[in-house]
Design a protein around this ligand. Structure first.
Ligand code: DNO
Length: 388
């Protein structure tokens, strides 16, 4: 696999010069300064490409070219937005950037309740506490009918362990973690500057009233069918990121959560340019998924790999596991053998050795990711040597 790294542009505190020193071969980035729904001009694309190449690296993957909400819920302006998306794709194609990651999650991209969960060894990591998430849904958002979406055990845990410690400060932190800090830098629905994030979030949820999984699926197929001619012309591989976590949340449908879902969207648009980002971490956050099996089954339609893995706990919480977790080693073996050139980046590594003071985007530490990349590189080298 090609060793890549998610880099957030020239203002990222982690520079391309640093990345060359730690064995990174390709860059994963986006034109973060262009608002969702606007065209990425050839000029802007070339500026980014040249910046990266002048520093001895290549732009391997776009993560993400975001899909506007209206394309997802099927708003009246979706055709115009799809035309703009096609223009951006064509400009990327002209520049020779041919792997494009996106997601089709309504409103909320990935979800975590805690960004500084204390590990036993003194590092911290991301964590999803189902009872805290239920508290956010029921007591902060106040979503109608939310109670019915959680099991009795989770509700009892929420009442006993979460509600009593939710003072104003803890509530504010939970809102920040779930809808601000994890979201602002990835899709821009809510940013750090929003004074009333919860109100804004409620109005975004409103857009999906009456949109069920089948409608969302049809809207995804509509979008993919519309962009495939451009992808064929420029040989662009689209790769959807699985839903994180892989299940419906906050009353919103989610449609890239499991084996059947993956099969359905691949079959709905059976073109090799319609593919998957194999995020082992997102898929493993659902106890229903066997990631090692899924990797074997979908390697041929995978255009990008996210190397990380989660452990689901008995109460429905999940946490990030080590990059040396045997399941991840198995996934890496599959891709290293079946798709030797596919770009791969490590993801969601711990905060360690001063990372916590650097203000990195949640999940994107330097030392933690460097250590993870070292681990994954070692696994890959071992697999390569076994094959000789
Ligand atoms: C989180 C990321 C996601 C991912 C998008 C792709 O850390 O893995 O935000 O970039 O879902 O569109």
């Amino acid at each position: 696999m090609e060793k890549t790294w998610r880099w957030f542009g020239p203002n990222d505190k982690i520079t391309l010069e640093m990345l060359r020193q730690i064995g990174v071969e390709g860059i994963v980035t986006a034109l973060h300064h262009i608002p969702n729904g606007e065209v990425w001009t050839l000029d802007e694309v070339m500026k980014m490409k040249n910046y990266i190449e002048e520093r001895g690296l290549r732009w391997s993957v776009v993560e993400s070219l975001p899909v506007a909400e209206s394309i997802k819920y099927g708003g009246s302006d979706r055709d115009g937005l799809i035309e703009r998306y096609k223009e951006s794709l064509a400009n990327l194609g002209k520049a020779g950037v041919r792997t494009v990651c996106y997601n089709f999650m309504p409103v909320l991209d990935w979800a975590r309740t805690d960004l500084d969960y204390q590990n036993a060894d003194g590092t911290t990591n991301l964590y999803f506490n189902l009872a805290e998430f239920a508290y956010f849904d029921i007591h902060i958002l106040g979503r109608e009918g939310a109670d019915a979406d959680y099991g009795a055990d989770t509700l009892a845990r929420m009442d006993a362990e979460v509600t009593p410690r939710m003072d104003a400060d803890a509530r504010r932190r939970l809102v920040e973690n779930i809808i601000v800090k994890t979201q602002g830098f990835v899709n821009g629905n809510i940013s750090e500057n929003d004074l009333q994030p919860v109100e804004k979030f409620r109005s975004l949820l409103e857009l999906y009233k009456g949109i069920d999984a089948d409608t969302l699926r049809a809207n995804m197929a509509y979008f993919l069918n519309a962009i495939m001619p451009v992808c064929r012309e420029y040989n662009i591989n689209m790769c959807v990121h699985p839903d994180d976590p892989p299940m419906p949340i906050l009353g919103l449908p989610r449609i890239v959560t499991c084996d059947d879902d993956i099969e359905a969207f691949l079959n709905a648009v059976p073109d090799p340019h319609n593919g998957l980002t194999f995020c082992a971490g997102s898929l493993s956050a659902g106890a229903h998924n066997d990631v090692t099996e899924l990797a074997r089954k979908y390697a041929a339609r995978t255009h990008f790999v996210h190397a990380r893995i989660c452990r689901v706990l008995p109460d429905g919480d999940f946490r990030e596991s080590s990059h040396l977790d045997p399941r991840l080693i198995d996934v890496i073996r599959t891709f290293e053998r079946e798709c030797p050139d596919v770009p791969m980046r490590v993801d969601h590594a711990p905060l360690m050795l001063g990372d916590g003071e650097m203000g990195y985007n949640a999940g994107y530490s330097f030392h933690g990711r460097m250590l993870a990349l070292g681990m994954v590189s070692g696994i890959m080298a071992t697999i390569d040597s076994e094959q000789k």
